[in-house]
Write a protein that binds this ligand. Sequence first.
Ligand code: EPU
Length: 421
Amino acid sequence: MDKIVVKGGHSLKGEVTVSGAKNAALPILASALLADGKSVYRNVPDLADVTTMLKVLGTMGCGTGRLTGERTDVCEVSVEGPIHPEAPYDLVKTMRASVLVLGPLVARFGRARVSMPGGCAIGARPIDQHLKGLKALGADIHLTEGYVEATAKRLKGGTVNFDVITVTGTENVMMAAVLAQGRSVLENCAREPEVEELARVLNKMGARIQGAGTSVITIDGVDGLNPVEHAILPDRIEAGTLMVAAAITGGDVLVRRVVPEHLEPIILKLRETGCTLTTEEGGIRVKAPSVIHSVDVKTAEHPGFPTDMQAQLMGLMTVADGTSVISERIFENRFMHVPELHRMGADITIQGHTAVVKGVRALSGAPVMATDLRASASLVLAGLRAEGKTEVQRIYHLDRGYERLERKLRDLGADISRVKA
Ligand code: EPU
């Protein structure tokens, strides 16, 4: 298995450009199912998860492809001819976001058979809210042989009040409601920028959605949608990860192609650590202080501090001056990076959903194991700072969500390489 080898101690300097957002690309690719014809997406990151979503669509009978040469960021999905509305276990088990085809399939084809995602490394992650929403729009839902089967002649507008704020749940039900008959009102919705971006794409396709980005979304169903061309927004979590890379190495980096408003909770937190962040044309510059101050963090739904940045911020806190209290409030098991950070000399104690991080003078490089996507990123960040060599194994997790991360870091001056197995 490939691994990443980092030799720490180099300050990162220069400019880096952020790729398209994974968590926007996945629902947007699924939304292609809602219209006949060819949709074309630009700025689609080249990631394992995106490839899995293209495979899911391909097994159903969609034409899918990524351009080569200069435009590898362009993906096409065409819906022509019969669609077999099923997402099989083999694919869903490798990526739970495959469940995002459920809403579009039942709305458009009246039937969907999608494998139930199991638990995952960061928590149980049920999909009860997705199913509750689809039922409220009139879908019949049955669970058989590990699959969700949803059927409906035509969905009907309805009111859905989510009991839990869920990103993909909001997206799935929104994609179903766009073709339902009449008005749907979704309450207690996720307000993440990726939900707003999906609504933007659906509206370009002819949908009538209002309120995305707030907690109440109103959707007036239409009879049909058109294919679309769209450039996907930049990945705020990749941007945040690169910003922490600058901070943890005592660096000075301009992170290009960002939407500063989407990064606000991360920017505010990094300022509290003593970093200087300035908005420049085309990006945000992060200058590290000589000493990183400790800060407390509670993860929360957007616009709170994102759970997808918790592990990376914890990496930074391992070398801060003082003690930091980090509370994870979205997922029940998202501290898998802690035992690995211990191996590098970090001083962290877990008490339930809280980690108490006492900054240490230095980390020391060690062989460590990636356990999930963001945990992997935190280990790479710690490796950039540590004395000596860090080897991060199981980096397929990293490849699910970061496009060529080691190349981007190397271009900023890091001593990092991928060693093929
Ligand atoms: N939840 C339920 N029932 C549901 C749905 C969710 O109880 O039906 C719970 C979850 O178990 C969790 C909480 O609600 O405790 C929030 O989960 P959410 O549904 O919002 O997560 P998600 O939609 O499955 C997306 C991102 C994650 C990100 C979370 C939270 C995508 C494809 N994935 O997951 O991204 O952590 O929102 O912001 O958008 C990552 O990129 O590393 C990643 C894990």
